[in-house]
Design a protein around this ligand. Sequence first.
Ligand code: UDP
Ligand code: MG
Length: 141
Amino acid sequence: MTERTLALIKPDGVSRNLIGEIMKRCEAHGLKVIALKMVRLTNEAAQGFYIVHRERPFYRALAASMSSGPIVAAVLEGEGAIAAYRELMGATDPAKAAPGTIRAALGVGLEQNTVHGSDSPQSAAFEIPYFFSSLEFSARG
Ligand code: UDP
Ligand code: MG
């Protein structure tokens, strides 16, 4: 089934000049970039994005980290795109991510793990409109 997923390049990825490298890996994996932008989240907007984690001990630090600098947001489309991009990203902890994955290759640590990807159709349905309006898909969608 053709799906859409939200992909983010976190501040640690943007600051280390990894935008091109990460986009290249997405495209090489057969995922189409159908919407794309750079944004700087406020702390409140980052907390809202990660609201499912509000009870977790790392919630505040995560929101602070996600709002510490610009991020790149993209919508990727493809066959089984949600699982395909999760596989391409690798496990949450770069130290445990499989060789060849983005997080294994480029991640710094658990918080600075360089990329985000929706984990289910339900989270994609929340996360994509968090960043993109329908007008922003007009070029390719
Ligand atoms: N995170 C963290 N400490 C933890 C677990 C997660 O700082 O113990 C951060 C990590 O950057 C992760 C994000 O919180 O990407 C969201 O956690 P989730 O479990 O949703 O991982 P993901 O879906 O990003 O793999
Ligand atoms: Mg997650």
